[in-house]
Design a binder for this molecule. Structure first.
Ligand code: ATP
Ligand code: MG
Length: 364
């Protein structure tokens, strides 16, 4: 009678792939623990992100592969995750210590929903168990404090560092925490660069899997400073479906392409409106423009978000829809966007790992 051994297990599951990275789980180091008593089998699987949507498929593939082992007893699968750092554009720029992935949420045009997408993306990633920060770089009109329900609190200073606030499981930093919200702000280029530098270097972010960065509209000083100062792992472009917004979205796309920052995809916001009375769909800002633009520029369409009063209300009340109604269709759309963003970073990290950098964890 042949007993199951660690070697026969590894051979049996050797062909099981991570469906998006398209390499073997074992080869990718995603099966760090294999145990057997000769019949029962216990595996630990380390997913590349806690929000990995491929878990059911990986589980089915593993179980099918293990079923080929003779005399197989019970299978126990233990799931964990480890997010890896992915390199982005400007590889000579210094990453923020402790921060594995930076995601810039941008658009050419104002008011299309960047901050809404940034907030809900950050919250969805945090809900899955990832360590997440959200940096509001909109020095002209910061909206993160309101959208995350943090208009009253001020960050503390400790050891010369700014301690980020925290809401809905996300660490937060915004110029809005530091200034009088009723004062008009006029920033000149060098000051903006200095402030952004401070946000990146002087905030005690700690260890983060993802730092979501909400940008002001356009392709100005803030955007340029950011891409020069840190390697952005990937950019998410937000647009509404109508032509004027799309033209600006394309400008945003080009800017990131020029500085060699990977564009993770396009989010089409305010895609349609479902009338609450008659349930008819209205394409208020035209239809599918984001999808067409994504296809034309060979980038992914990460998701389509309907125009919905709950999204606006979530922004105004400080309780994002990703917290308030994660299972409703719009909540699910944000979940899908977060999955797509996290997975494309995981694929990127597996294909092009970032050069070693200072991580904060002390070695025991
Ligand atoms: N899908 C949606 N349904 C309903 N309201 C929305 C939706 N997306 C955004 N909004 C609302 O539209 C307004 C503008 O959105 P948001 O502030 O996210 O845009 P922005 O692109 O960040 O704007 P800015 O360019 O000023 O930074 C907000 O009041 C927000 O709540
Ligand atoms: Mg905004």
């Amino acid at each position: 009678m042949t007993e199951i051994t660690k070697e026969t297990i590894l051979a049996a599951i050797g062909d099981v792939q991570e469906p998006e990275i398209e390499r073997g789980l074992v080869e990718l180091g995603m099966v760090p623990e294999v145990q057997t008593d000769g019949h029962d089998v216990a595996l630990t699987i380390e997913l590349p992100t806690p929000i990995d949507p491929n878990k059911p498929r990986i589980e089915a593939d593993l179980r099918a592969a293990l079923a080929t082992l003779p005399q197989l007893g019970a299978i126990t699968l233990n799931w964990t995750s480890r997010v890896r750092a992915s390199s982005g554009g400007k590889s000579e720029a210094q990453p923020i210590p402790g921060v594995k992935n930076t995601i810039a949420v941008a658009s050419g045009k104002g008011g299309v929903g960047k901050s809404t997408v940034a907030v809900n993306l950050a919250v969805m990633l945090a809900r899955s168990g990832a360590a997440v920060g959200l940096l509001d770089t909109d020095v002209y009109g910061p909206s993160i404090p309101l959208m995350m329900g943090q208009t009253e609190n001020k960050p503390a200073m400790r050891g010369g560092k700014i301690m980020p606030l925290e809401a809905h499981g996300v660490k937060l930093m915004s110029i809005g925490f530091l200034l009088d919200p009723n004062k008009a702000l006029i920033w000149r280029g060098p000051l903006v660069a200095q402030l952004i530098g401070q946000f990146l270097n002087d905030v005690a972010w700690g260890e983060l899997d993802y730092l979501v960065i909400d940008l002001p509209p356009g392709t100005g000083d803030v955007q340029l400073t950011l891409v020069q100062k840190i390697p952005i792992s990937g950019a998410v472009i937000v647009t509404t479906p109508q032509d004027v917004a799309l033209a600006d979205a394309v400008k945003g796309l080009r800017m990131f392409e020029e500085v060699k920052t990977p564009v993770l995809g396009i989010v089409e916001n305010m895609s349609w409106f479902i009338c609450p009375n008659c349930a008819t769909r209205h394409d208020i800002f035209s239809a599918d423009g984001g999808a067409r633009t994504a296809a034309a520029h060979n980038v992914a369409l990460l998701g389509q978000i309907p125009l919905e009063s709950g999204v606006r209300a979530g922004g105004d009340s400080g309780v994002p829809i990703a917290i308030d109604a994660p299972e409703a269709p719009t909540g699910r759309a944000f979940q899908h966007i977060a999955e797509r963003v996290a997975m494309s970073l995981a694929v990127q990290a597996a294909r092009k790992p970032r050069k070693p950098t200072i991580m904060l964890r002390t070695i025991q």
